[in-house]
Design a protein around this ligand. Structure first.
Ligand SMILES: *[C@@H]1O[C@H](CO)[C@@H](O)[C@H](O)[C@H]1NC(C)=O
Ligand SMILES: *[C@@H]1O[C@H](CO)[C@@H](O)[C@H](O)[C@H]1NC(C)=O
Ligand SMILES: *[C@@H]1O[C@H](CO)[C@@H](O)[C@H](O)[C@H]1NC(C)=O
Length: 473
């Protein structure tokens, strides 16, 4: 975009500040003979809060045609549109899938949940729009009314029959198109940041992810893009600096061992490692299924082969314990998904934080939404369970930090975004966290938070990456 066009956009913005100018006209009418000369003085002394300072700043910014600023704004609008497009196509795929699997009850309810999720997104966008440019207030008001009406309609939808639900979905699509059109007209305006909802947690809530802090390709190489890695947050004596890496050596789906390194330095050089065998083969009882594994208190936790169970392998005793997750989906029933694909066999995710060990999964009885359980690791049993309202296939990964569940979504091949949180202490959920972080590669197979060093350990298409977490006190 040429510089003069940016300037023009700025001036357009300035000339369409409707509320402030309307108020100002009244003041001018009182003394029409001095109208032009008194213009700015009157504005200052009037009751109307015309943003004079902002006006000057804007004019000045326009004059200097601040390239960086403008670039940022266009990027944001672009990104918003791109991610919208992605989400719509993702939804379309899900709809097609559900149609083919339609069973007259359960999947119709899923449909409805998706529409609800869509509505939540639309509401987010509307809030965004309302803050963007007051000159488009009329458009935003009309759309708000449409969304409110639609929300009412969805809530009143009592019989979940297929055609009715599908009709609502089509209506949403039309509405989204007009939102997209509206977005296009707003490209020159800055988007405000949505204030975060505060969790009820000793550290506060995560507000920023710094990094990548460290990264390296795993010793197994890029041909093993499914796996997990980390550092035990409750290490056994003598294993304080130990790091581990597990890759799914069979079809990116199954594994039978993890590799343990005495220190991060050894991990980097690929020296002095030990392979810890978990199962005698990659497809037998006790084999590792999917990449969502963690090492905690000198025991390895993972999704056991072909069953909806958490497996625990205690390193010191070489003993196994299992815990069945009632109704949990496995083998790509409720996996994490990116925009265009499924992250295979991520149905049952393990996580560690200050409160111990958690398992994140989804059940049909909770409509495919995430269910979260904190486990007693001594006898491997449930301590407490929560039902969330976030559809598991609509997120790309999850982790726990300080009793709060965080979920990410795939923005593009460069960025992932933490957009959702569920606070187990207050039961509060939020879908508009806007915490982006840069990736090394397209797909993230595992994210786990280590409460000891407060780093995220991320397995990103065979890259072993760490990020620093920042909490709002
Ligand atoms: C919303 O519903 C009300 C009452 O049924 C109606 O008057 C209004 O026109 C509707 N708004 C839109 C934008 O459809
Ligand atoms: C976990 O289970 C063990 C063994 O039954 C018990 O002693 C311990 O108190 C439990 N821990 C919690 C936090 O409930
Ligand atoms: C979660 O939802 C399921 C299915 O509706 C229900 O049986 C269970 O009691 C709920 N659990 C909690 C902790 O609310």
């Amino acid at each position: 975009m040429a510089r003069w066009q940016i300037l023009q956009s700025w001036l357009l913005l300035i000339s369409t500040l409707p509320v402030a100018w309307t108020g100002h006209k009244d003041v001018m009418a009182m003394d029409s003979s001095k109208r032009l000369k008194q213009c700015f003085c009157d504005m200052k002394s009037s009751d109307y809060t015309f943003p004079l300072e902002k006006f000057h700043d804007t004019v000045s910014a326009a004059k200097h045609c601040n390239g960086i600023m403008a670039k940022k704004q266009f990027q944001e609008a672009d990104e918003l549109q791109r991610s919208l497009e992605y989400r719509i196509s993702q939804l379309k795929d899900q709809v097609d899938q559900f149609e083919s699997e339609y069973d007259a009850g359960f999947y119709s309810i899923i449909f409805l949940r998706i529409i609800e999720i869509e509505l939540a997104e639309l509401n987010d966008m509307l809030r965004h729009l309302q803050n963007l440019d007051k000159s488009n207030k009329h458009l935003a008001v009309t759309l708000t009314s449409k969304v409110v009406n639609l929300t009412d309609e969805v809530q009143e939808l009592e019989s979940y029959d297929r055609l009715e639900v599908y009709k609502e979905y089509e209506k949403n699509k039309r509405l989204k198109r007009s939102l997209d059109e509206c977005e296009v007209t707003l490209q020159a305006t800055a988007a405000p940041t949505v204030p975060p909802v505060f969790g009820n947690c000793p550290h506060g809530q995560i507000f920023f992810i710094e990094g990548p802090k460290t990264y390296m390709l795993s010793q197994f190489g890029a041909s093993y893009p499914y796996g997990a890695w980390g550092k035990d947050p409750v290490p056994a004596p003598g294993k304080e600096t130990m790091h581990w890496v597990m890759v799914l050596v069979n079809s990116n789906l199954f594994g039978s061992y993890f590799r343990s390194y005495p220190s991060y330095g050894n991990l980097r050089t690929g020296k002095a490692y030990t392979d810890v065998s978990i199962a005698s083969s990659v497809t037998t009882t006790n084999s590792i299924m999917g990449p969502c594994a963690v090492l905690y208190d000198d025991a390895f936790y993972y999704n056991c082969y072909n069953v909806p169970q958490v497996c625990k392998y205690t390193l010191s005793t070489k003993q196994f314990q299992t815990l069945t997750l009632p109704g949990a989906g496995i083998k790509d029933k409720f996996p994490f998904c990116t925009l265009s694909s499924t992250i295979s066999y991520t149905d049952i995710d393990l996580a560690t934080d200050e409160n111990g060990l958690w398992v994140i999964y989804a059940t049909e009885s909770n409509y495919g939404n995430i269910v979260l359980s904190r486990l007693n690791t001594t006898r491997l049993d449930f301590l407490e369970t929560w039902n969330t309202t976030i559809y598991k296939k609509s997120v790309s990964n999850t982790f726990m930090a300080c009793g709060v569940l965080y979920a990410t979504r795939h923005i593009n091949s460069e960025y992932e975004e933490i957009f959702y949180m569920f606070d187990t202490k207050s039961g509060q959920e939020s879908r508009d966290l806007n915490i982006r972080f840069r990736k090394l590669s397209n797909i993230i197979q595992q994210i786990n938070y280590n409460p000891q060093d407060q780093l995220l350990y991320v397995f990103n298409d065979a890259y072993l990456v760490t990020y620093k977490t920042w909490f709002e006190k």
